[in-house]
Design a protein around this ligand. Structure first.
Ligand SMILES: [Zn+2]
Length: 93
């Protein structure tokens, strides 16, 4: 009886524990601006800002960049300024 129960549970398991996305080990992201004290966000520096936008030119969300709320705000303002002076594109394709 108990064996049957065990089998049923194992059959329902779709993922190996290591690959189950629901229980994936979460590593704490460190804000790229807080982590590096020498990092100065510059809206004229396109290469630097490209890390915070996707290939379409959209600003990446905080869950992707790992930035803290304060620095995500700074990033957003910097990207928008860069777009205004045509350093970054508003949209691609
Ligand atoms: Zn930060």
């Amino acid at each position: 009886m108990s064996d049957k129960k065990q089998n049923k549970r194992n059959n329902n398991k779709n993922y190996d524990d290591d690959f189950n996305p629901r229980f994936r080990k979460q590593r704490k992201k460190v804000c790229p601006l807080c982590g590096d004290k020498n990092f100065v966000l510059d809206f004229k520096n396109a290469d630097q800002l490209k890390k915070f936008v996707n290939e379409k030119g959209k600003i990446l969300p905080r869950r992707t960049t790992g930035a803290c709320a304060k620095h995500q705000r700074d990033i957003t303002i910097a990207v928008k300024r860069a777009r205004h002076i045509a350093v970054l594109p508003y949209a691609q394709n």
